[in-house]
Design a protein around this ligand. Sequence first.
Ligand code: SF4
Ligand code: SF4
Length: 147
Amino acid sequence: MKSSEILTCFQCGTCTGSCPSGRYTSLNVRWIIKDSIRKDISGDLELWMCTTCYNCQERCPRGIKITDEILRLRSVAVKKGKVLPAHRAVCRYLIETGHAIPIDDLHISTREQIGLAAPETVQKYKKALNDVKTLLKSTGFDELIKE
Ligand code: SF4
Ligand code: SF4
C-alpha cells in the first residue's frame, strides 16, 4: 500500500540534487519515488544504491520520509526473493558465524602471532553462536535469504 504522503511529491528534484550517491551512480531518488507509486520496482538495482544518509528526507519540502520509504521498498524486494548476491553472501556469513564480516583463519593466526587471543565474540563460543542461529531461524531470516 502506498503512503498518502508519497502522493504529495511534486517532483521538485530537491531529493535528487541532495543525493551524494546519485552523483556517482545511476540512482535518481526522485524517479524512485515517482516509479514506486506507479509500479513494482522491487527488481530495480538502484534501490540498493542508497547509502541511507537521510539528506533527501531532511530536505524534502513535502516532508516525505524518502529514506524510510526506500528501506520499506527494500524489505518488499527481499520478501520477493530479490536479494543481491553480495548481500546474500553477507547474510550467509551472519547465519554461519554470527558476523556479517567474520574473523577468518588468516586474522586469527595473525593475532596469535602477536600474542592476541581470538576476540570475545559469538564466533568463539559455540553455544553463543548456536543461540544466534536459533534466533535468526526463529525470525525466518534463513528462509528469506535462501537461493
Ligand atoms: S524532494 Fe520530496 S517533493 Fe521533491 S521530488 Fe523529492 S520526494 Fe518529491
Ligand atoms: S538517503 Fe539515499 S537516496 Fe536519500 S540522499 Fe542519501 S543516498 Fe540519496
